[in-house]
Design a binder for this molecule. Structure first.
Ligand SMILES: Cc1ncc(COP(=O)(O)O)c(C=O)c1O
Length: 399
């Protein structure tokens, strides 16, 4: 859709509005299916990168048998999704919240598949306590740190699990085996420094060659670490039912690993703008938001109402939404995306939105857009076909 098509679509809508192009999202699901073709892997959908029940349902439905389960971001979110009919839920970030673990254990006792992530004895103990109280066993997944570590004290990758070696994993698996109420069922190693690192970021071009070099060096190292971990755990008698890795930005390399049973993808389905800069991942923009142009302070500046939807992560210009349509709009460096107002400079190329007309933006991160809107307008063939609540619209606020 071009800017005129968006403007027509939104002419009688309240602004700000968030829009998802279901046709583009379907094609992104098909791209993930293509990445899985010829492999024995399935895709687990990262709910944090969607945060919208209606869209999660549509993604799983289109993915069919090759898409299996959700990767959740909190225990409470997993219960919220279970209430809405989802199952096979891997909670990828550890938590010791007793009430949430009790809720999870109660559901598992009644037949749900919800697996918490663990990397420490304390996690195992909290899971085991909840499981025993519910008269069940919680299947847990161990997280391996697969960061690139070329030298002591150099850690290139996300700081997540302290478990860096197969030996440490086996030791924790043995602790689990000695505890009533928990059982190790899987392994996860997330290569954030591959899956989350763009090759051609326009925001910090000088670092692109270093990023690409790191990725080249890291990929074989991640594969080796995961394979060694799987083999050591199996030798120690652990029945691994899932081995999870990767993300939207690493489908090509993660699916190539024999020991991996499933890859994760989330951001690629909506393709927030940080996913424009990967060489191996080709997704198309499917999620947008529209702000009203509310004033024009100078001849070459228009100001939108709202817009400061800054994404999480290392602070920088790449965390701001990009003004997407009409083309030729840029931020004013001293203001950026504002809490209440966002001025944009016009380049003179492309149409000039008038006061009252919309400017279309794309968020930097796919799921965080849903924290700003209560509903998404779902569009097919250029027409709004449904309006469905985001997590926020359903009162779901988990972090
Ligand atoms: C454990 C884990 N796996 C996979 C992903 C990748 O998700 P996405 O495809 O949304 O980038 C993430 C993102 O942070 C993650 O934390």
């Amino acid at each position: 859709m071009d800017w005129r098509a968006f403007a027509n679509l939104l002419s009688s809508e309240r602004l700000p509005a968030a829009i998802v192009d279901l046709d583009a999202m379907d094609r992104n699901v098909d791209r993930v299916l293509d990445a899985l073709a010829g492999t024995d892997k399935t895709c687990r959908v990262a709910s944090k990168s969607v945060r919208h029940v209606g869209l999660l349902r549509r993604i799983l439905e289109r993915g069919g048998a090759r898409f299996r389960g959700l990767m959740c971001f909190t225990l409470e979110e997993a219960c919220f999704l279970h209430d809405r009919g989802f199952d096979d839920l891997l909670v990828a970030y550890p938590s010791l919240q007793a009430s949430a673990l009790a809720d999870v254990a109660g559901r598992v006792a009644e037949g749900a598949t919800i697996r918490p992530m663990v990397d420490a004895r304390e996690h195992l103990e909290a899971c085991a306590r909840a499981a025993r109280a519910a008269g069940t066993t919680l299947e847990v997944v161990l997280e391996l740190d697969v960061a690139y570590q070329p030298a002591r004290r150099v850690h290139l990758g996300a700081l997540r699990s302290p478990l860096r070696t197969a030996r440490q994993l086996v030791a924790l698996a043995r602790e689990a085996a000695s505890m009533e109420g928990v059982e190790v069922a899987g392994l996860m190693g997330y290569e954030a420094h591959v899956a989350g690192l763009p090759d051609d970021s326009p925001f910090s071009r000088a670092l692109n060659p270093a990023r690409r070099a790191l990725k080249r060096l890291a990929v074989p190292q991640v594969a080796k670490a995961r394979a060694e971990a799987v083999s050591a755990l199996r030798q120690a008698g652990v029945d691994l039912r899932l081995v999870n890795g990767g993300g939207s930005g690493s489908l090509d390399t993660t699916t190539a690993e024999a020991c991996v049973t499933e890859v994760t993808a989330g951001s690629g389905f909506l393709c927030s703008h940080l996913f424009d800069y990967f060489r191996a991942a080709h997704f198309e923009p499917a999620a947008f938001f529209a702000l009203e142009v509310s004033r024009a302070p100078t001849d070459d500046v228009i100001t939108c109402l709202g817009g400061g939807y800054v994404a999480s992560g290392e602070p920088g210009w790449d965390r701001l939404p990009v003004p997407w349509m009409p083309p030729g709009l840029s931020y004013i460096s001293m203001e950026g995306a504002g809490e209440v107002q966002t001025p944009l400079r016009l380049s003179g190329h492309g149409p000039r939105p008038r006061v009252g007309e919309p400017v279309i933006f794309r968020h930097a991160k796919a799921g965080e857009l849903a924290e700003r809107f209560t509903e998404y307008l779902l569009v097919r063939s250029g027409e709004v076909v449904a309006r469905e609540p985001t997590y926020r619209g359903e009162g779901g606020c988990f972090l």
